[in-house]
Design a protein around this ligand. Structure first.
Ligand code: SF4
Ligand code: SF4
Length: 685
């Protein structure tokens, strides 16, 4: 006899089949009806303006589990992978079985027999184990975390989680969901064992898990098997009905979110419909319906895992901002229609540095920064920003500089340096975009001068805009003033067109981000390099030749807008003595120079590269007041000092300003903050 198995074993007649089909379709229908109810809320949002690449989102984030693969094992990555791939394999097994069973109705052969059947039984028996072990592991981990961290406290009036609450919250529903998954997996195997016990066949050992369980119930009666069969089905139907109410709903919603994932760089904020703003006078998100449909849908994918809050520098510094709570508060306003800024709290919205650590950490692609900045836009348009944040907007609008200095001051650093200007009419290959800080902040001016001298030394044909340069609008946009940002972007875009600019180098990661990721919306296509990338290239090409020993130990602070948001962390490391490959830390530049000195000259801080820790400057925070004991930069400075390095290399003028104050606060020791350009120049002198 050919190996196979029969569905509805011991259940002849139409009644069992009719009950099975009715209840299966009913439970699936109830599940879909509940998701459709949520979809009605999503559809209140604005129409999407981007074209997602559905297939690549699904392949990258769902099938390849890119977010989970990139997260830390302590965040439960291995167990999630076991559950996901185990669940996926069971889904595939069920689908294959359904096709084989019902295919003959449309003329297909039933291939669920012979060698195929034996391979099917063995492979899916093994993969199902992954699922059960992963679920059991997840259950034990949650119990441990829940015991270690205690339960969160809620404000009795507002119902919100208290500021100091545990970022990883566990509710009874989470244990119930894991219990349901566990019972689902176990009863599947018990059912297989019952089938083998009640109807033994010579090939049963291929279903090795069920075969083992069958030994525990020898001589099981057909009635016993049928009872287990119906019990398993009750668990399956319960799973369908309960799914939309549990964190497990992210199985469905995160798949939809990944499919519609905006193919926008992390550093690009959603554009504003300025024509609609001119008509209505209202901008940003006052209510949840002001967000896009995709953003609203993504809120439903939140699993309350708390990873976003764990990595938030504002939360870590003791501020009221808790990105997980922001997501859940906005989700609540979607259902009950409250005002977003009031529900989230204006203080929480202003506390964000737009560092994107939360976005990077979120396994279900929620873009917290989009949500927060859109709510800020509404606050700004309603005139609810005051103090130094409001002042910087006035300065940008009035002078084109976040520092509030006249355009002519952008040329002061050039004195005595023979810097070519675009308006001189000489042709150039690359525009040196100096930025407001690079022209006006004394420490950043040292970087600017060093970079200009290095480019001159390497024979780069560059030019500067001088007083024709104006703020990119980055601080204005991230504070929420889209009007000022658009004005700045349109002005700069015209200047670029006037001089035919296509390639830019800048020492400011914030300028780099806005020019490369956001100016495209204004018809500008630019190749933008960070100065670390250009210096790295010049050394690799032999156009700069480091020739002197660099003594002492150095650490490097990755700026969020460079390392995380624009994925540039290898070139800076090569400049400070690492080859950018953390598995092979062979020093490239400085170590070779320090060949006579065996001492370690580069020390990596705990948070580095894409997982870097924010200095607290982004999102316009550099210009806003900080409580003395709530500065994100202090924690970062302590981490950098903990490396034991005597020199901190930086590559962002904003980080330099924030860390300078924090390092001085943290230690009396003489710690040198130095930009990569100064470091390279020192090695070349
Ligand atoms: S962007 Fe940074 S500061 Fe803002 S909520 Fe996310 S992690 Fe916190
Ligand atoms: S927003 Fe993302 S990271 Fe934060 S709790 Fe929800 S799922 Fe987790």
């Amino acid at each position: 006899m050919e190996p196979t198995r029969h569905e509805f074993l011991f259940q002849s007649g139409t009644l069992p089949k009719a009950i099975f089909y009715i209840l299966t379709f009913l439970s699936i229908g109830i599940m879909m009806w509940q998701f459709a109810g949520r979809a009605r809320f999503w559809m209140k949002g604005k129409k999407l303006t981007w074209r997602p690449d559905y297939i690549s989102g699904i392949v990258t984030y769902i099938l390849a589990q890119r977010k989970v693969m990139g997260s830390r094992p302590k965040d439960g990555a291995p167990l999630h992978l076991m559950i996901f791939y185990g669940f996926l394999s069971l889904f595939i097994a069920t689908t294959l079985l359904a096709i084989a069973t019902y295919g003959p109705l449309i003329g297909l052969p039933n291939w669920h027999r012979g060698s195929y059947y034996l391979a099917y039984e063995t492979i899916f028996d093994a993969l199902g184990l992954l699922f059960i072990i992963g679920v059991a592991w997840a259950y034990l981990r949650r119990r441990r975390l829940s015991a270690e961290r205690g339960e969160p406290t809620r404000d009795p009036v507002t119902g919100k989680l208290a500021r100091s609450s545990n970022p990883i919250t566990t509710e009874w529903k989470d244990f119930a969901a894991l219990g349901l998954l566990f019972v689902l997996g176990i009863t599947g195997y018990v059912l297989e064992g019952a089938r083998i016990a009640a109807n033994p066949q010579p090939w049963d050992h291929y279903s090795f898990v069920g075969y083992g369980l069958a030994q525990l119930m020898p001589g099981l009666s057909p009635t016993g098997y049928v009872a287990i069969w119906w019990f398993h089905m009750v668990v399956v139907w319960a799973f369908f009905i309960a799914l939309p109410h549990m964190r497990l709903k992210h199985i469905v919603v995160a798949t939809l979110t990944a499919a519609g994932d905006p193919k926008k760089p992390m550093g690009a904020l959603p554009a504003v419909d300025m024509a609609a703003f001119a008509d209505t006078g209202s901008m940003g998100a006052a209510e949840a319906k002001d967000y896009s449909r995709w953003h609203l849908m993504s809120l439903d994918a939140c699993m309350s895992c708390g990873r976003c809050t764990e990595v938030c520098p504002a939360y870590g510094a003791g501020k009221i901002l808790n990105p997980k709570q922001v997501v859940q508060d906005i989700h609540r306003t979607l259902t009950i229609g409250e005002n977003v800024p009031a529900t989230v709290s204006e203080d929480a919205l202003w506390a964000c540095t737009t560092c994107n650590a939360c976005v990077e950490a979120c396994p279900v692609l929620i873009r917290h920064v989009d949500l927060i900045v859109d709510a800020r836009r509404n606050l700004v348009s309603e005139g609810r920003l005051s103090g130094s944040g409001s002042l910087v907007l006035k300065q940008i609008g009035g002078t084109g500089s976040a520092w509030g200095q006249a355009a002519s001051s952008r040329e002061e650093w050039m004195k005595g340096m023979d810097i070519p200007l675009c308006r001189d009419g000489e042709s150039f290959d690359v525009l040196f975009w100096v930025g407001c800080a690079g022209a006006m902040d004394p420490a950043a001016v040292r970087t600017t001068k060093a970079m200009a001298r290095l480019m001159q030394k390497a024979g780069i044909r560059f030019a500067c805009l001088g007083e024709e340069e104006s703020c990119t609008g980055d601080p204005a946009r991230r504070i929420g003033d889209e009007t000022t940002f658009v004005t700045q972007a349109e002005h700069n875009q015209k200047v670029f067109a006037k001089y035919g600019v296509t390639k830019i180098v800048t020492a400011c990661p914030h300028c780099l981000n806005t020019l490369s990721n956001e100016y495209g919306d204004f018809g500008t296509s630019l190749q933008v390099l960070h100065h670390a990338q250009l210096l790295d290239d010049l050394i690799a090409e032999g156009r700069l030749k480091p020739a002197s020993l660099l003594p002492g130990s150095t650490t490097y602070h990755d700026p969020c807008y460079l390392a995380r948001i624009n994925n540039i962390s290898d070139a800076p490391r090569r400049l400070v003595g690492q080859n950018g490959n953390h598995d092979d830390p062979t020093p490239l530049l400085l170590k070779s120079l320090a060949a006579s000195d065996d001492e370690t000259i580069f020390a990596e801080p705990e948070h580095h590269a894409r997982k870097t820790l924010c200095c607290g400057a982004g999102g316009g925070r550099m210009w806003m007041e900080e409580e003395p004991n709530q500065r994100p930069g202090e924690k970062r400075a302590q981490e950098l000092l903990a490396t034991g390095a005597k020199e901190v290399a930086v590559s962002c003028p904003f980080c330099r300003i924030m860390l300078d104050a924090s390092v001085k606060q943290a230690t009396d020791e003489e710690i040198n903050l130095v930009d990569l350009a100064e470091l390279v120049e020192r090695a070349n002198s």
